[in-house]
Design a protein around this ligand. Structure first.
Ligand code: PAF
Length: 281
């Protein structure tokens, strides 16, 4: 595996592969890689001749400067993991390389980006679309891989690809969880052992609500999850919404849609965690 830090080097490498008729898979990441990322990279390796993994903490998607400063950075360990997964190129550019001047492009996909993360993290999805569109233009992949943990991000990227339009197949990959259920996240590295136990209440509440919801109306199920998190020590609920999986708009009854997902964001100390669960579809 080759580590690349400039766009021109990336283009040179990819041109050579393209001349050989090779297919290219892209896995965009912000580094601090874990088994969830490894599952994306392995799938990309299985489905493409060449796999590029970007490793770039994108400043434009952070609306909280503290969160940006504290974001874990582990390039050396990331490269070792990528090598073991069979990636071809790791692309780890500097901020100046990606943003030699401020990116003034505005991406807006209402109503997908006005709810949940879009509501609580203003500008976040604009920043995500800025970096992901730049990566798409630089790499021109055949396929790009994203985790379903960032459920709303995946829906917005699909919409950006449709509207831009990019000729790229977006592949959504299932959430990878610890054995006890905690969804893998780079931010988990910032949890103390005590907080790690508290954070477990997030996935527990979501799993329990699937059973609960089988015999209850949707509103009761939403309240059940909210109550579980309110009662859990160490957690502060930011939102829990039960939404249509395509439009991301709240649904009021189980028979309102064939695709229903519950999405949550909660703070464990100052670590913001998200998770989601599929009820239908
Ligand atoms: O999901 C992430 O890690 C980031 O939002 C992404 C897609 C790599 C863009 O920076």
């Amino acid at each position: 595996m080759k580590l690349i830090q400039t766009i021109s080097e990336l283009r040179t490498e990819l041109e050579a592969f393209r001349k050989e008729g090779k297919t290219i898979g892209l896995v965009p990441t912000m580094g601090a890689l874990h088994a969830g990322h490894a599952s994306l990279v392995k799938r990309a390796v299985a489905e493409n001749d060449v796999v590029v993994v970007s490793d770039f903490v994108n400043p434009t998607q952070f609306n909280d400067q503290n969160d940006l400063l504290k974001y874990p950075r582990t390039l050396e360990a990331d490269c070792a993991l990528l090598e073991s997964c069979g990636a071809t190129l790791a692309f780890a550019p500097s901020v100046e390389e990606i943003y030699p001047e401020p990116d003034t492009r505005q991406f807006s996909y209402p109503p997908l980006d006005t709810v949940m993360e879009g509501k609580f993290r203003p500008g976040h999805f604009n920043g995500v679309c800025q970096i992901v569109s730049k990566l798409f233009l630089m790499v021109e992949p055949d396929r790009a891989y994203f985790g379903e943990k960032d459920f709303q991000q995946l829906a917005i990227i699909r919409e950006m690809v449709r509207k831009y339009p990019f000729n790229i197949q977006i592949v959504g990959c299932p959430i990878v969880r610890e054995e006890d259920g905690l969804a893998l996240s780079s931010r988990n590295a910032r949890l103390t052992p005590e907080q790690r136990k508290e954070a477990l209440q997030i996935s527990r509440a979501l799993f329990a609500s699937v059973d609960f919801g089988r015999s209850r109306i949707l509103r009761e199920t939403k309240e059940y999850v909210e109550e579980c998190i309110r009662r859990a020590s160490g957690l502060e609920l930011e939102y829990f919404e039960i939404v249509d999986g395509n439009t991301l708009q709240p649904v009021n009854a189980w028979d309102e849609s064939n695709y229903i997902v519950g999405c949550m964001a909660a703070y464990c100390g100052d670590v913001r965690l998200i998770d989601n669960i599929k009820y239908k579809g």
